[in-house]
Write a protein that binds this ligand. Structure first.
Ligand SMILES: [Zn+2]
Ligand SMILES: [Zn+2]
Length: 107
């Protein structure tokens, strides 16, 4: 599992995400949310081809996104990249605010 994906950590300790440059708490990455991001809810996006330790990966990078809750993390994941395409098809073009199929009743 890549560093930064802590979804399956046995004991969830929810701490605020602190921006180490400004020492201010980081905000949730979901557009409509103004709450602080918390440590269990992070997504690392691979903007490179191949595996992280492969030669091609030198030319790409990683982006980190942080959120206040699992719900907003999932909103974002669902609305992003390849997932957005499928979600839009499933919901007649509505992308934002939709949870992935099968998770709707779980959270
Ligand atoms: Zn990577
Ligand atoms: Zn949020």
């Amino acid at each position: 599992m890549p560093i930064g994906m802590q979804a399956s950590a046995p004991a969830r300790v929810e701490r605020l995400m602190i921006n180490l440059d400004t020492m201010h708490p980081m905000m949730c990455g979901w557009d409509e949310c103004d709450r602080h991001a918390r440590t269990p809810y992070q997504v690392r996006v691979h903007e490179h081809v191949g595996r992280c330790n492969s030669e091609q990966a030198q030319y790409g990078r990683h982006s980190h996104y942080v959120f206040c809750s699992e719900r907003h993390l999932l909103y974002w994941v669902t609305a992003s990249g390849a997932n957005a395409h499928h979600t839009a098809a499933r919901n007649q073009g509505r992308i934002y605010g939709q949870l992935p199929e099968g998770l709707r009743n779980r959270i």
